[in-house]
Design a binder for this molecule. Structure first.
Ligand code: FMN
Length: 470
């Protein structure tokens, strides 16, 4: 069980593109996101976030583009709605070189990767970051991505998760099952770099993947990167509560968020893991200033640059349905699609019109918005966290880098003065900082089945370690 009051965990939520979540704000005179293809833009951001003691920088990614709204890419291109967008993995080494502590949660869509190449790339990055890497596991939801790689349509929603299960199993074999911890000797005198007895060939003959051989990367600090996931459909939750160590959720109704959290904790227990094995992050937007009046003034100014219609174009692709065909006051009918189920289900549960969505997207995005002074925001975040049982927040950017700087200047000190945010980093890997049980996955995680090494990290929830060494 978690101890109260919990310290708040905080990720900056970003993407290697111009418009991420809050669309249209790239036109604001102070917004710098048009510089996203410059390396200094990212190294400066990493340094800023680390100075603010952020736990992580979480970088979203999408394969494909948003062409569902008006059955066209026009608005997507004009407003730069995640197009152009570049590979997030390419940013990590540069940011790691100018920081020491902040973690990097990088999104990779497994549907367009082979587990071997992917596992090798991420293990290499975990080495270079000294164990600060996380992977946001996504399976994709865009037909446009399928066409780019020569397929016609997306695989069925649940089948995508079945493939993800096998992708993870094979990745665990590479990360956890090929090299023993003490395989690398680097013994110049006896001419033994690696002890051949301690490197094992893995075998995998599955429904989606085949593989045989030795993994090419020696064990990195964490071996498996910290696993993030955001699925919230029935199948998505089953997957996430089995594998993930961090789950991202959306939502603006505290009661519903609380229910979601309880469901996640219960499913985690049913999967044989301890109930605090998963940190839950809620996506939020914040506009903060010295006092409430100035914050609302800033919000109005931001809103004059935001583009709610661009938000709807993004939303159309999330649910796989063209929202441009409805009038403003028309209720949007529910229709089953193959895209993000949990978002689409909202239309089944309640009557929502285009105008409702436009109002919700007044800042160009659909995340819950907090506006006020630093102490008001700090109180609101603490109350929401304590009420719902989440562990932290995934903070979107608005006008960048201004919104990060404002949060660090106004909100972080208020959280710290209430003893709800750290005042310095602990040393260690990202996993150790998040869970305080060592660098490796817990022994209650399903990956332990594929291990070839003896787990030595101390964790109160571990099983008898001596019985599981392969
Ligand atoms: C906070 C959050 C962040 C997400 N980030 C991404 C992303 O970067 N790339 C992506 O392809 N999908 C992303 N998704 C979508 C999820 O990975 C997943 O496909 C989606 O929630 C659908 O799962 P479901 O149908 O099980 O609900 C995100 C979802 C949430 C809630």
């Amino acid at each position: 069980m978690s101890h109260f009051p919990k310290k708040i965990l905080l990720n900056a939520f970003d993407m290697n593109c111009v418009g991420h979540i809050n669309h249209g704000l790239w036109t604001h005179p102070r917004d710098q996101s048009f510089r996203f293809n410059e390396i200094e833009y990212w190294t400066d951001l990493a340094k800023t976030l680390e100075a603010g003691l952020f736990d992580g920088l979480f970088i979203a990614d999408i394969t494909g583009s948003y062409d569902v709204y008006q059955n066209s890419l026009d608005l997507t291109l004009r407003e730069s709605i995640q197009l152009p967008s570049h590979d997030p993995t390419t940013l990590v080494s540069a940011m790691a070189a100018v920081t020491q502590h902040i973690g990097f949660g990088i999104t990779v869509n497994l549907s367009y990767e082979h587990p071997y190449q992917f596992a090798r790339r991420f293990a290499s990055l975990d080495h270079l970051t000294n164990g600060r890497l996380g992977w946001n596991i996504v399976t994709g939801y865009l037909d446009s991505a399928e066409r780019l790689i020569g397929h016609k349509n997306l695989k069925d929603h649940d089948l995508r998760y079945d493939q993800a299960e096998e992708f993870l199993e094979l990745s665990y074999k590479f990360w956890e099952g090929s090299w023993q911890d003490d395989a690398l000797l680097k013994d110049k005198k006896n001419r033994i770099f690696t002890d051949p007895k301690k490197v094992h060939s893995i075998e995998h003959h599955g429904r989606f993947y085949q593989s045989q051989g030795v993994f090419q990367v020696s064990p990195s600090k964490q071996r498996t990167p910290v696993l993030y996931q955001a699925g919230s459909s029935t199948r998505g939750l089953k997957f996430a509560t089995k594998h993930a160590e961090c789950i991202f959720i959306g939502g603006d109704n505290p009661e519903k968020i609380q229910q979601q959290v309880q469901q996640i904790r219960q499913l985690t227990r049913e999967n044989g893991r301890s109930e605090d094995a998963i940190k839950i992050f809620l996506g939020i937007s914040v506009v903060v200033a010295k006092n409430n009046d100035l914050a609302h003034e800033k919000l109005r100014e931001y809103q004059s640059y935001a583009n709610p219609e661009a938000g709807l174009a993004h939303f159309s692709s999330s649910i796989g349905k063209d929202l441009s065909v409805y009038k403003d006051d028309e209720a949007i009918p529910y229709q089953k699609t193959n895209s993000i189920q949990s978002v689409n289900n909202r239309f089944k549960e309640q009557k929502i019109t285009i105008q409702d969505l436009k109002n919700q997207h007044s800042l160009g995005g659909r995340y819950p918005l907090f506006v006020g002074s630093g102490d008001e925001i700090a109180e609101a975040l603490i109350n929401l966290l304590d009420f719902t049982g989440i562990d932290g927040f995934n903070l979107t950017r608005t006008v960048t880098p201004e919104s990060h700087q404002d949060f660090i200047k106004f909100v972080i000190p208020e959280l710290q003065s209430r003893d709800r945010f750290k005042t310095k980093y602990e040393n260690g890997t990202l996993r150790h900082k998040l869970f305080q049980h060592g660098d490796h996955l817990s022994n209650l995680h399903p990956a332990q089945e594929f291990r070839c090494f003896k787990q030595t990290d101390s964790h109160k929830n571990t099983r008898d370690l001596t019985q599981q060494t392969a």
